[in-house]
Design a binder for this molecule. Structure first.
Ligand code: ZN
Length: 130
């Protein structure tokens, strides 16, 4: 199942936990693993705190400091910073599924990370029974 994500900034974290939960419910699978995968080379998926939005701000401010947008990169499209960030964050996460619920900690949420927005994005959710 594809989750569409519309982003509104160059770098942004968007909480997609509720959309992933809905996709899992629609699959009908109650136990197994849930693979959540970005379909882009400049957008990642990560799990982190979704209680305090300042955490997102701190993560984005720090990654933008570590990997500046312009650092004499060779890639002609001009978005190497975004490609590098995706390789650091990773394109996907795997979440255990037990009794129909995602096994996440109290403060954990699933985020799509935009690194070259704003754009229309797609996240693939695959539920594996087992
Ligand atoms: Zn590129």
């Amino acid at each position: 199942m594809i989750i569409p994500v519309k982003t509104s900034a160059r770098t942004q974290m968007i909480d997609i936990t509720s959309q992933v939960r809905r996709a899992v419910q629609e699959s009908g699978v109650r136990d197994g693993l849930v693979h959540v995968c970005s379909m882009h080379t400049t957008g990642a998926v990560t799990i982190n705190e979704n209680a305090d939005p300042a955490v997102e701000t701190d993560i984005l401010n720090t990654i933008n400091k570590v990997i500046p947008w312009d650092d004499h990169f060779k890639h002609l499209e001009g978005n190497s910073a975004a490609h590098i960030k995706v390789s650091l964050f990773g394109p996907s996460e795997i979440i255990p599924l037990e009794k129909g619920s995602l096994v996440l900690g109290t403060w954990q949420g699933i985020f799509f990370c935009e690194f070259d927005g704003p754009r229309s994005r797609k996240v693939n959710v695959k539920v594996l029974a087992g």
